[in-house]
Write a protein of this length. Structure first.
Length: 503
Protein backbone atom coordinates (compact mmCIF):
# COMPACT_ATOMS: atom_id res chain seq x y z
CA UNK A 1 0.00 0.00 0.00
CA UNK A 2 1.33 3.44 -0.99
CA UNK A 3 0.14 6.38 1.08
CA UNK A 4 0.68 10.07 1.73
CA UNK A 5 1.21 11.98 4.95
CA UNK A 6 -0.07 15.56 4.96
CA UNK A 7 1.40 18.12 7.35
CA UNK A 8 2.29 21.79 7.87
CA UNK A 9 5.66 23.52 7.50
CA UNK A 10 6.71 23.46 11.15
CA UNK A 11 6.31 19.70 11.56
CA UNK A 12 7.59 18.84 8.06
CA UNK A 13 11.07 17.64 9.06
CA UNK A 14 9.76 15.45 11.87
CA UNK A 15 7.11 13.92 9.60
CA UNK A 16 9.68 13.26 6.84
CA UNK A 17 11.96 11.44 9.30
CA UNK A 18 9.11 9.26 10.46
CA UNK A 19 7.85 8.67 6.92
CA UNK A 20 11.21 7.09 6.02
CA UNK A 21 10.98 4.71 8.97
CA UNK A 22 7.54 3.40 8.05
CA UNK A 23 7.00 0.17 6.18
CA UNK A 24 6.30 0.87 3.41
CA UNK A 25 7.79 4.40 3.44
CA UNK A 26 5.27 7.19 2.91
CA UNK A 27 5.31 10.33 0.74
CA UNK A 28 5.02 13.64 2.60
CA UNK A 29 2.95 16.58 1.36
CA UNK A 30 3.73 19.90 3.07
CA UNK A 31 0.85 22.37 2.95
CA UNK A 32 1.16 26.17 2.94
CA UNK A 33 0.49 26.64 6.67
CA UNK A 34 2.95 26.71 9.56
CA UNK A 35 0.94 24.81 12.18
CA UNK A 36 -0.58 21.46 11.16
CA UNK A 37 -3.66 22.00 13.33
CA UNK A 38 -4.56 25.00 11.15
CA UNK A 39 -5.11 22.75 8.14
CA UNK A 40 -8.59 22.60 6.60
CA UNK A 41 -9.99 20.29 3.91
CA UNK A 42 -9.82 23.21 1.47
CA UNK A 43 -6.13 23.83 2.13
CA UNK A 44 -5.38 20.11 1.87
CA UNK A 45 -7.23 19.80 -1.46
CA UNK A 46 -5.39 22.83 -2.83
CA UNK A 47 -2.05 21.26 -1.88
CA UNK A 48 -3.01 17.93 -3.47
CA UNK A 49 -4.38 19.47 -6.66
CA UNK A 50 -1.13 19.42 -8.64
CA UNK A 51 0.43 16.48 -6.78
CA UNK A 52 1.05 13.19 -8.54
CA UNK A 53 -1.31 10.79 -6.77
CA UNK A 54 -0.74 7.79 -9.03
CA UNK A 55 -0.67 4.58 -7.01
CA UNK A 56 -1.66 6.32 -3.77
CA UNK A 57 -4.45 4.47 -1.97
CA UNK A 58 -4.49 6.30 1.37
CA UNK A 59 -4.03 9.86 2.65
CA UNK A 60 -3.28 10.43 6.34
CA UNK A 61 -3.74 13.94 7.73
CA UNK A 62 -2.93 15.22 11.25
CA UNK A 63 -5.34 14.24 14.00
CA UNK A 64 -5.42 17.87 15.12
CA UNK A 65 -7.36 18.95 12.01
CA UNK A 66 -10.87 19.96 13.08
CA UNK A 67 -14.12 18.59 11.67
CA UNK A 68 -14.98 15.93 9.11
CA UNK A 69 -12.47 15.54 6.27
CA UNK A 70 -14.58 13.14 4.17
CA UNK A 71 -14.66 15.73 1.39
CA UNK A 72 -10.97 15.04 0.70
CA UNK A 73 -11.87 11.42 -0.08
CA UNK A 74 -14.81 12.51 -2.24
CA UNK A 75 -12.79 15.00 -4.30
CA UNK A 76 -9.66 12.87 -4.75
CA UNK A 77 -11.18 9.41 -4.90
CA UNK A 78 -8.58 8.29 -2.33
CA UNK A 79 -9.37 7.21 1.23
CA UNK A 80 -8.51 10.04 3.64
CA UNK A 81 -8.34 9.47 7.39
CA UNK A 82 -7.13 11.36 10.41
CA UNK A 83 -3.88 10.12 11.91
CA UNK A 84 -2.74 10.71 15.51
CA UNK A 85 -2.46 14.15 17.08
CA UNK A 86 1.23 13.53 17.77
CA UNK A 87 3.35 12.54 14.79
CA UNK A 88 5.54 10.24 16.89
CA UNK A 89 2.52 7.96 17.43
CA UNK A 90 2.21 7.44 13.66
CA UNK A 91 4.35 4.26 13.38
CA UNK A 92 2.21 2.44 15.96
CA UNK A 93 -1.02 3.67 14.34
CA UNK A 94 0.05 2.56 10.86
CA UNK A 95 1.26 -0.80 12.16
CA UNK A 96 -2.15 -1.44 13.77
CA UNK A 97 -4.06 -0.16 10.72
CA UNK A 98 -2.10 -2.17 8.14
CA UNK A 99 -2.50 -5.29 10.29
CA UNK A 100 -6.27 -4.73 10.35
CA UNK A 101 -6.36 -4.21 14.11
CA UNK A 102 -7.98 -0.75 14.02
CA UNK A 103 -10.24 1.18 11.65
CA UNK A 104 -9.36 4.81 10.97
CA UNK A 105 -11.88 7.63 10.59
CA UNK A 106 -12.25 10.95 8.72
CA UNK A 107 -13.75 12.42 11.91
CA UNK A 108 -12.00 10.96 14.95
CA UNK A 109 -8.23 11.20 15.54
CA UNK A 110 -6.47 7.85 15.28
CA UNK A 111 -5.05 7.98 18.82
CA UNK A 112 -8.58 8.33 20.22
CA UNK A 113 -9.69 5.28 18.23
CA UNK A 114 -6.68 3.27 19.37
CA UNK A 115 -7.15 4.41 22.97
CA UNK A 116 -10.81 3.33 23.01
CA UNK A 117 -10.02 -0.02 21.47
CA UNK A 118 -7.12 -0.63 23.82
CA UNK A 119 -9.19 0.39 26.86
CA UNK A 120 -12.00 -1.92 25.78
CA UNK A 121 -9.59 -4.84 25.34
CA UNK A 122 -7.94 -4.14 28.70
CA UNK A 123 -11.31 -3.96 30.50
CA UNK A 124 -12.35 -7.26 28.95
CA UNK A 125 -9.09 -9.00 29.94
CA UNK A 126 -9.21 -7.67 33.50
CA UNK A 127 -12.85 -8.61 33.92
CA UNK A 128 -11.93 -12.20 33.09
CA UNK A 129 -8.94 -12.03 35.47
CA UNK A 130 -11.15 -11.02 38.41
CA UNK A 131 -13.83 -13.62 37.64
CA UNK A 132 -14.03 -16.99 39.33
CA UNK A 133 -11.23 -19.19 37.94
CA UNK A 134 -11.89 -22.73 36.77
CA UNK A 135 -9.53 -24.07 39.42
CA UNK A 136 -8.84 -22.54 42.82
CA UNK A 137 -7.73 -23.67 46.26
CA UNK A 138 -8.98 -20.84 48.48
CA UNK A 139 -12.26 -18.92 48.60
CA UNK A 140 -12.31 -15.78 50.77
CA UNK A 141 -15.68 -14.19 51.51
CA UNK A 142 -19.21 -14.87 50.34
CA UNK A 143 -20.88 -11.94 48.59
CA UNK A 144 -17.95 -10.88 46.37
CA UNK A 145 -15.51 -13.70 47.09
CA UNK A 146 -11.83 -13.64 46.23
CA UNK A 147 -10.54 -16.86 44.70
CA UNK A 148 -6.91 -17.94 45.00
CA UNK A 149 -4.85 -18.47 43.01
CA UNK A 150 -6.31 -16.12 40.42
CA UNK A 151 -3.28 -15.08 38.38
CA UNK A 152 -3.71 -11.41 39.26
CA UNK A 153 -2.57 -9.78 42.49
CA UNK A 154 -5.49 -8.85 44.74
CA UNK A 155 -5.15 -5.91 47.10
CA UNK A 156 -5.76 -6.12 50.85
CA UNK A 157 -6.18 -2.57 52.19
CA UNK A 158 -5.84 -1.99 55.92
CA UNK A 159 -7.83 0.51 57.92
CA UNK A 160 -5.23 0.97 60.63
CA UNK A 161 -6.28 1.58 64.25
CA UNK A 162 -9.88 0.70 63.39
CA UNK A 163 -11.07 0.64 67.05
CA UNK A 164 -10.15 4.35 67.42
CA UNK A 165 -12.38 5.47 64.54
CA UNK A 166 -16.02 6.47 64.71
CA UNK A 167 -18.28 4.22 62.69
CA UNK A 168 -18.86 7.00 60.16
CA UNK A 169 -15.08 7.43 59.73
CA UNK A 170 -14.63 3.71 59.39
CA UNK A 171 -17.38 3.41 56.78
CA UNK A 172 -15.93 6.34 54.85
CA UNK A 173 -12.45 4.77 54.76
CA UNK A 174 -13.91 1.42 53.77
CA UNK A 175 -15.72 2.97 50.81
CA UNK A 176 -12.57 4.88 49.80
CA UNK A 177 -10.39 1.74 49.76
CA UNK A 178 -13.02 -0.22 47.88
CA UNK A 179 -13.22 2.51 45.23
CA UNK A 180 -9.38 2.49 45.09
CA UNK A 181 -9.33 -1.12 43.95
CA UNK A 182 -9.10 -3.13 47.17
CA UNK A 183 -10.44 -6.69 46.90
CA UNK A 184 -10.28 -7.29 50.67
CA UNK A 185 -10.68 -4.75 53.47
CA UNK A 186 -8.53 -5.36 56.54
CA UNK A 187 -9.48 -4.08 59.99
CA UNK A 188 -6.29 -3.25 61.87
CA UNK A 189 -6.42 -3.68 65.63
CA UNK A 190 -4.38 -1.94 68.34
CA UNK A 191 -1.26 -3.65 69.61
CA UNK A 192 -1.43 -4.48 73.31
CA UNK A 193 -5.08 -3.42 73.70
CA UNK A 194 -7.97 -5.91 73.72
CA UNK A 195 -10.78 -4.57 71.52
CA UNK A 196 -12.66 -7.86 71.25
CA UNK A 197 -15.89 -6.39 72.66
CA UNK A 198 -16.02 -3.74 69.93
CA UNK A 199 -15.19 -6.02 67.02
CA UNK A 200 -18.74 -7.03 66.08
CA UNK A 201 -19.76 -3.37 65.77
CA UNK A 202 -16.58 -2.52 63.83
CA UNK A 203 -17.28 -5.31 61.35
CA UNK A 204 -20.91 -4.18 61.09
CA UNK A 205 -19.84 -0.62 60.27
CA UNK A 206 -17.47 -1.85 57.55
CA UNK A 207 -20.10 -4.16 56.06
CA UNK A 208 -22.59 -1.31 55.91
CA UNK A 209 -20.22 0.52 53.54
CA UNK A 210 -18.76 -2.23 51.34
CA UNK A 211 -19.62 -5.74 50.17
CA UNK A 212 -16.07 -7.05 49.65
CA UNK A 213 -14.53 -9.62 52.03
CA UNK A 214 -13.24 -8.40 55.40
CA UNK A 215 -10.17 -9.51 57.33
CA UNK A 216 -8.94 -8.79 60.84
CA UNK A 217 -5.30 -7.94 61.54
CA UNK A 218 -4.57 -9.06 65.08
CA UNK A 219 -2.32 -11.39 67.04
CA UNK A 220 -4.78 -11.41 69.95
CA UNK A 221 -6.66 -14.73 70.14
CA UNK A 222 -9.71 -13.16 71.79
CA UNK A 223 -10.01 -10.58 69.01
CA UNK A 224 -9.58 -13.23 66.32
CA UNK A 225 -12.31 -15.43 67.84
CA UNK A 226 -14.64 -12.45 68.29
CA UNK A 227 -14.11 -11.54 64.64
CA UNK A 228 -14.83 -15.11 63.49
CA UNK A 229 -18.05 -15.10 65.55
CA UNK A 230 -19.00 -11.81 63.83
CA UNK A 231 -18.49 -13.33 60.37
CA UNK A 232 -14.97 -12.22 59.40
CA UNK A 233 -13.74 -13.70 56.09
CA UNK A 234 -9.95 -13.82 56.62
CA UNK A 235 -7.63 -13.79 59.64
CA UNK A 236 -4.30 -11.95 59.81
CA UNK A 237 -2.00 -13.11 61.36
CA UNK A 238 -1.33 -16.61 62.68
CA UNK A 239 2.11 -17.39 64.17
CA UNK A 240 3.78 -19.72 66.66
CA UNK A 241 2.19 -17.91 69.60
CA UNK A 242 -1.45 -18.03 68.54
CA UNK A 243 -1.69 -20.91 66.04
CA UNK A 244 -3.79 -22.88 68.57
CA UNK A 245 -6.68 -20.54 67.74
CA UNK A 246 -7.04 -22.28 64.37
CA UNK A 247 -8.74 -25.15 66.21
CA UNK A 248 -11.74 -22.81 66.54
CA UNK A 249 -11.40 -20.96 63.21
CA UNK A 250 -12.81 -22.25 59.92
CA UNK A 251 -11.99 -19.29 57.66
CA UNK A 252 -8.78 -18.81 55.65
CA UNK A 253 -5.85 -17.39 57.62
CA UNK A 254 -2.43 -15.87 56.90
CA UNK A 255 0.58 -17.51 58.55
CA UNK A 256 3.64 -15.40 59.42
CA UNK A 257 7.11 -16.50 60.62
CA UNK A 258 7.01 -15.33 64.25
CA UNK A 259 8.53 -17.70 66.74
CA UNK A 260 7.39 -18.50 70.28
CA UNK A 261 9.02 -15.26 71.50
CA UNK A 262 7.14 -13.19 68.92
CA UNK A 263 10.25 -12.53 66.84
CA UNK A 264 10.71 -12.90 63.07
CA UNK A 265 13.93 -14.78 62.21
CA UNK A 266 16.54 -12.88 60.24
CA UNK A 267 17.58 -15.63 57.83
CA UNK A 268 15.32 -16.55 54.94
CA UNK A 269 15.69 -20.28 55.49
CA UNK A 270 14.54 -19.96 59.11
CA UNK A 271 11.45 -18.00 58.09
CA UNK A 272 10.48 -20.56 55.49
CA UNK A 273 11.03 -23.45 57.90
CA UNK A 274 8.97 -21.74 60.61
CA UNK A 275 5.98 -21.03 58.35
CA UNK A 276 6.09 -24.53 56.88
CA UNK A 277 6.18 -26.07 60.36
CA UNK A 278 3.16 -24.02 61.52
CA UNK A 279 1.20 -25.03 58.41
CA UNK A 280 2.13 -28.68 58.88
CA UNK A 281 1.28 -28.57 62.58
CA UNK A 282 -2.21 -27.16 61.99
CA UNK A 283 -3.00 -29.55 59.15
CA UNK A 284 -5.15 -26.89 57.47
CA UNK A 285 -5.43 -26.53 53.69
CA UNK A 286 -6.85 -22.99 53.59
CA UNK A 287 -3.79 -21.09 54.84
CA UNK A 288 -1.82 -18.32 53.13
CA UNK A 289 1.91 -17.73 53.70
CA UNK A 290 3.44 -14.32 54.40
CA UNK A 291 7.23 -14.22 54.86
CA UNK A 292 7.01 -10.60 56.21
CA UNK A 293 8.65 -8.01 53.98
CA UNK A 294 11.26 -5.97 55.85
CA UNK A 295 12.01 -2.27 55.27
CA UNK A 296 15.14 -1.36 53.32
CA UNK A 297 18.29 -1.46 55.51
CA UNK A 298 16.43 -3.68 57.95
CA UNK A 299 16.65 -7.05 56.22
CA UNK A 300 14.82 -6.16 52.98
CA UNK A 301 16.94 -8.35 50.68
CA UNK A 302 16.84 -11.35 53.01
CA UNK A 303 13.05 -11.08 53.28
CA UNK A 304 12.74 -11.07 49.49
CA UNK A 305 14.90 -14.17 49.46
CA UNK A 306 12.46 -15.81 51.89
CA UNK A 307 9.55 -15.20 49.53
CA UNK A 308 11.52 -16.68 46.63
CA UNK A 309 12.63 -19.71 48.64
CA UNK A 310 9.12 -20.42 49.93
CA UNK A 311 7.69 -20.15 46.43
CA UNK A 312 10.33 -22.52 45.10
CA UNK A 313 9.53 -25.08 47.81
CA UNK A 314 5.73 -24.54 47.74
CA UNK A 315 4.74 -23.72 44.16
CA UNK A 316 0.97 -24.01 44.67
CA UNK A 317 0.63 -22.27 48.05
CA UNK A 318 -1.08 -18.84 48.08
CA UNK A 319 1.12 -16.06 49.47
CA UNK A 320 0.77 -12.48 50.70
CA UNK A 321 3.28 -9.61 50.58
CA UNK A 322 3.02 -6.53 52.80
CA UNK A 323 4.06 -3.61 50.61
CA UNK A 324 3.31 -1.05 53.33
CA UNK A 325 6.39 -2.12 55.30
CA UNK A 326 8.51 -0.58 52.56
CA UNK A 327 6.43 2.36 51.31
CA UNK A 328 5.67 3.73 54.78
CA UNK A 329 9.32 3.55 55.88
CA UNK A 330 10.87 5.28 52.88
CA UNK A 331 10.83 8.98 51.99
CA UNK A 332 10.25 8.39 48.31
CA UNK A 333 7.17 8.75 46.15
CA UNK A 334 5.14 5.58 46.57
CA UNK A 335 4.13 5.10 42.92
CA UNK A 336 7.41 3.65 41.68
CA UNK A 337 8.02 1.73 44.90
CA UNK A 338 4.61 0.07 44.67
CA UNK A 339 5.22 -0.75 41.00
CA UNK A 340 8.49 -2.54 41.78
CA UNK A 341 6.95 -4.50 44.67
CA UNK A 342 3.97 -5.51 42.54
CA UNK A 343 6.38 -6.62 39.80
CA UNK A 344 8.23 -8.85 42.26
CA UNK A 345 4.90 -10.26 43.47
CA UNK A 346 3.86 -10.98 39.88
CA UNK A 347 7.08 -12.85 39.09
CA UNK A 348 6.75 -14.94 42.26
CA UNK A 349 3.05 -15.64 41.82
CA UNK A 350 2.13 -13.87 45.07
CA UNK A 351 -1.65 -13.63 45.27
CA UNK A 352 -2.30 -10.91 47.87
CA UNK A 353 -0.66 -7.48 48.18
CA UNK A 354 -1.20 -5.84 51.55
CA UNK A 355 -1.13 -2.05 51.81
CA UNK A 356 -1.85 0.66 54.32
CA UNK A 357 -2.12 4.41 53.81
CA UNK A 358 -1.00 5.47 57.26
CA UNK A 359 0.72 8.71 56.22
CA UNK A 360 0.08 11.48 53.69
CA UNK A 361 3.06 10.43 51.55
CA UNK A 362 1.49 7.01 50.91
CA UNK A 363 -2.04 8.22 50.19
CA UNK A 364 -3.12 6.53 46.99
CA UNK A 365 -0.98 3.42 47.55
CA UNK A 366 -3.95 1.06 47.30
CA UNK A 367 -4.90 2.42 43.89
CA UNK A 368 -1.24 2.37 42.80
CA UNK A 369 -0.84 -1.26 43.82
CA UNK A 370 -4.11 -2.23 42.17
CA UNK A 371 -3.09 -0.54 38.91
CA UNK A 372 0.38 -2.09 39.09
CA UNK A 373 -1.06 -5.57 39.68
CA UNK A 374 -3.30 -5.17 36.63
CA UNK A 375 -0.39 -3.90 34.53
CA UNK A 376 1.86 -6.82 35.46
CA UNK A 377 -0.95 -9.31 34.91
CA UNK A 378 -1.42 -8.06 31.35
CA UNK A 379 2.33 -8.04 30.69
CA UNK A 380 2.73 -11.58 32.05
CA UNK A 381 -0.23 -12.86 30.04
CA UNK A 382 1.07 -11.31 26.83
CA UNK A 383 4.70 -12.21 27.50
CA UNK A 384 5.91 -8.63 27.18
CA UNK A 385 7.61 -5.97 29.27
CA UNK A 386 5.14 -3.91 31.37
CA UNK A 387 4.85 -1.07 28.84
CA UNK A 388 2.49 0.02 26.05
CA UNK A 389 -0.34 -2.03 27.59
CA UNK A 390 -3.07 0.60 27.72
CA UNK A 391 -2.64 0.92 31.48
CA UNK A 392 0.26 2.56 33.30
CA UNK A 393 1.48 4.34 36.43
CA UNK A 394 3.02 7.36 34.70
CA UNK A 395 1.98 10.47 36.60
CA UNK A 396 4.76 13.06 36.58
CA UNK A 397 6.72 11.93 33.54
CA UNK A 398 5.92 10.92 29.97
CA UNK A 399 7.50 8.13 27.94
CA UNK A 400 8.43 10.35 24.99
CA UNK A 401 9.13 13.97 24.27
CA UNK A 402 6.22 14.82 22.05
CA UNK A 403 7.02 18.19 20.55
CA UNK A 404 6.40 18.01 16.81
CA UNK A 405 6.26 21.70 15.99
CA UNK A 406 9.38 23.76 15.32
CA UNK A 407 8.89 26.88 17.43
CA UNK A 408 11.65 28.94 15.84
CA UNK A 409 10.68 29.62 12.20
CA UNK A 410 7.20 30.86 12.96
CA UNK A 411 8.07 34.30 11.61
CA UNK A 412 6.63 36.14 14.59
CA UNK A 413 8.78 38.73 16.40
CA UNK A 414 10.22 37.53 19.70
CA UNK A 415 9.65 39.42 22.94
CA UNK A 416 11.32 38.46 26.23
CA UNK A 417 8.85 38.26 29.11
CA UNK A 418 9.44 40.78 31.87
CA UNK A 419 8.29 40.79 35.43
CA UNK A 420 4.90 42.44 35.74
CA UNK A 421 4.56 45.71 37.63
CA UNK A 422 1.39 44.33 39.14
CA UNK A 423 -2.13 45.67 39.06
CA UNK A 424 -4.34 48.08 40.87
CA UNK A 425 -5.32 46.71 44.27
CA UNK A 426 -8.90 45.37 44.33
CA UNK A 427 -11.01 45.36 47.46
CA UNK A 428 -11.69 41.66 46.91
CA UNK A 429 -9.40 38.71 47.61
CA UNK A 430 -9.41 34.92 47.52
CA UNK A 431 -7.98 32.28 49.83
CA UNK A 432 -7.45 28.83 48.33
CA UNK A 433 -7.36 25.55 50.28
CA UNK A 434 -7.09 21.89 49.30
CA UNK A 435 -8.59 18.98 51.21
CA UNK A 436 -10.91 16.48 49.53
CA UNK A 437 -11.50 19.08 46.84
CA UNK A 438 -10.38 22.65 46.11
CA UNK A 439 -11.99 25.35 48.26
CA UNK A 440 -11.89 29.05 47.41
CA UNK A 441 -13.15 31.60 49.93
CA UNK A 442 -14.11 34.99 48.46
CA UNK A 443 -13.49 38.04 50.65
CA UNK A 444 -14.82 41.56 50.10
CA UNK A 445 -13.18 44.28 52.19
CA UNK A 446 -11.81 41.53 54.44
CA UNK A 447 -15.21 39.85 54.98
CA UNK A 448 -15.80 36.24 53.77
CA UNK A 449 -18.86 36.29 51.52
CA UNK A 450 -18.75 33.06 49.53
CA UNK A 451 -17.09 29.63 49.43
CA UNK A 452 -16.67 27.96 46.04
CA UNK A 453 -15.77 24.26 45.81
CA UNK A 454 -14.72 22.07 42.90
CA UNK A 455 -12.17 19.55 41.68
CA UNK A 456 -10.74 21.44 38.70
CA UNK A 457 -9.23 24.88 38.19
CA UNK A 458 -11.41 25.46 35.13
CA UNK A 459 -14.74 25.00 36.89
CA UNK A 460 -13.72 27.18 39.83
CA UNK A 461 -12.28 30.12 37.91
CA UNK A 462 -15.24 29.79 35.51
CA UNK A 463 -17.57 30.31 38.48
CA UNK A 464 -15.48 33.26 39.70
CA UNK A 465 -15.56 34.97 36.31
CA UNK A 466 -19.27 34.21 35.74
CA UNK A 467 -20.10 35.86 39.04
CA UNK A 468 -17.87 38.83 38.22
CA UNK A 469 -15.90 38.46 41.44
CA UNK A 470 -12.78 39.95 39.85
CA UNK A 471 -12.39 42.49 37.06
CA UNK A 472 -8.62 42.87 37.05
CA UNK A 473 -6.73 40.85 34.40
CA UNK A 474 -3.64 40.41 36.57
CA UNK A 475 -5.78 39.14 39.44
CA UNK A 476 -7.57 36.73 37.09
CA UNK A 477 -4.22 35.44 35.75
CA UNK A 478 -2.98 34.98 39.33
CA UNK A 479 -6.10 32.98 40.21
CA UNK A 480 -5.64 30.77 37.16
CA UNK A 481 -2.07 30.00 38.19
CA UNK A 482 -2.90 29.28 41.83
CA UNK A 483 -5.97 27.20 41.02
CA UNK A 484 -3.95 25.08 38.59
CA UNK A 485 -1.42 24.47 41.37
CA UNK A 486 -4.26 23.56 43.74
CA UNK A 487 -5.75 21.13 41.22
CA UNK A 488 -2.37 19.46 40.71
CA UNK A 489 -1.87 19.23 44.48
CA UNK A 490 -5.27 17.55 44.80
CA UNK A 491 -4.47 15.03 42.07
CA UNK A 492 -0.99 14.24 43.38
CA UNK A 493 -1.81 14.21 47.08
CA UNK A 494 0.56 17.12 47.69
CA UNK A 495 0.16 19.75 50.40
CA UNK A 496 -0.96 23.07 48.92
CA UNK A 497 -0.03 26.45 50.38
CA UNK A 498 -1.11 29.54 48.47
CA UNK A 499 1.77 31.50 46.87
CA UNK A 500 4.25 28.66 47.47
CA UNK A 501 5.64 26.40 44.72
CA UNK A 502 4.47 22.76 44.71
CA UNK A 503 7.94 21.44 43.83
Amino acid sequence: MAYMLVTGRNAAEAVKRIAKSLSPPARVIVCAVDVASFLTPEIILASLKDTDKKGISLIIIPGTVKGDVSIVSEKTGILCFKGPRIVYDLPLIMEKYLAGKIQLSPVEPADDILGKKTSSEVRCELKKAYARPVRYTHKIGRKKPVYLPSGIGRIVAEINDAPLLSYDELAKKAAYFCASGASILDLGMLSGIDSSKKIAEIIGAARSAVDIPLSIDSLNSKEILAAVDAGIDLVLSIDSCNCHVLDSVNVPAVVTPRDALGKVPVRAEERVFLVESIIERTGRNNLIADMVLNPINSGYSESLKAYMLFRERNPGMPMMLGAGNVTELMDADSIGVNAILAGFASEQGIDLLFSVEASPKTRGSVKELSTAAQMFYLAKKRGTAPKDLGIDLLVLKDKNKRSEENIYPLGAPEVCARKSKGSALEDSSFRIYVDECVYVVYYKRGKPLLRITGRSAEEIYGEILTRGLTKDLFHAAYLGRELSKAENALRLGKDYVQDRDLF
